[in-house]
Unconditional design. Structure first.
Length: 267
């Protein structure tokens, strides 16, 4: 009787020249981590356990959240969600044409390359810097936060949208072209139906992310729960900070559950 194990061919073995790129890549990553150990001050990790008095005070505050002003926290969180909603919506409107223009398979290089470089610039500017620009223009308040989220999210979504377009099946597009359809018809009937579910999923993910990012914009006076959070941190009111964090966690969790339900129906 033939041994079944003997009939299984041995796994393919790669030569050293074939494995060299992987070895160089992972070796380079290990070297970079070793170089960054000092600048990242990872040697200070033991301090987390040495400053026990400060950590105990912080821990007591976070273990006893103070919900006395819960109505304020909930209303500010709702304002933050509204900022994230508008910021994401404006970003989707702007990212849709930019994502199509940045796609290699439907746009000529003399258009696609400048659009991609523009999106690189938009993504590289921190939201806080964009928020400060609008803060000077329109004054403190949620509008500066909305615009900061919108511009930053536009750069991210446009890149994701373009990558989704570049991975589509060419069959439907060629079918529309064969019927005599113009370039716009190819996009509307051949491209958009294929990428719409994935685009929606990306947009929902960014909405979740913006709901968290909007809290950071409170640091520059852009409104929302972030402003209340930083005020409590500056006052060392750890119990109030803990209550605000709980409100943020609950809100983000509910948004995640809702978006997950929507994605399940779309994909």
């Amino acid at each position: 009787m033939t041994d079944p194990a003997a009939a299984v061919p041995p796994p393919p073995r790669r030569s050293l020249s074939q494995r060299a790129p992987d070895l160089i890549l992972w070796g380079g990553l290990i070297v970079l981590l070793a170089i960054a150990f000092g600048p990242a001050e990872l040697s200070k990790l033991p301090l987390l356990f040495q400053n026990s008095a400060n950590m105990q005070e912080l821990g007591r505050g976070f273990l006893t959240p103070d919900f006395t002003e819960w109505r304020l926290y909930v209303s500010k969180m709702w304002l933050t969600i509204q900022m994230a909603l508008w910021g994401t919506t404006l970003a989707i409107v702007a990212a849709t044409p930019l994502g199509l223009l940045a796609s290699r398979n439907i746009t000529p290089a003399f258009i696609q390359l400048p659009v991609r470089r523009f999106l690189d610039i938009v993504r590289s500017v921190p939201d806080l810097v964009i928020g400060m620009i609008f803060l000077v223009a329109v004054g403190p308040g949620p509008l500066a936060g909305v615009m900061a989220l919108a511009i930053g999210t536009t750069g991210v979504l446009a890149k994701l949208f373009s990558e989704a377009v570049e991975s589509i099946d060419k069959g439907p597009v060629e079918g529309v072209r064969a019927t005599g359809g113009a370039k716009l018809h190819e996009v509307v009937w051949g491209v958009i139906p294929q990428v719409a579910p994935l685009w929606t999923s990306y947009a929902l993910y960014r909405f979740e992310s913006n709901s968290r990012s909007a809290t950071v914009l409170g640091l520059i006076g852009a409104g929302g729960i972030g402003q209340v959070l930083f005020d409590s941190l500056n006052a060392f009111a750890y119990s109030n900070t803990a209550a605000i964090v709980v409100v943020i966690i609950v809100a983000v969790s509910l948004i995640d559950m809702l978006s997950q339900a929507i994605r399940t129906r779309l994909l």
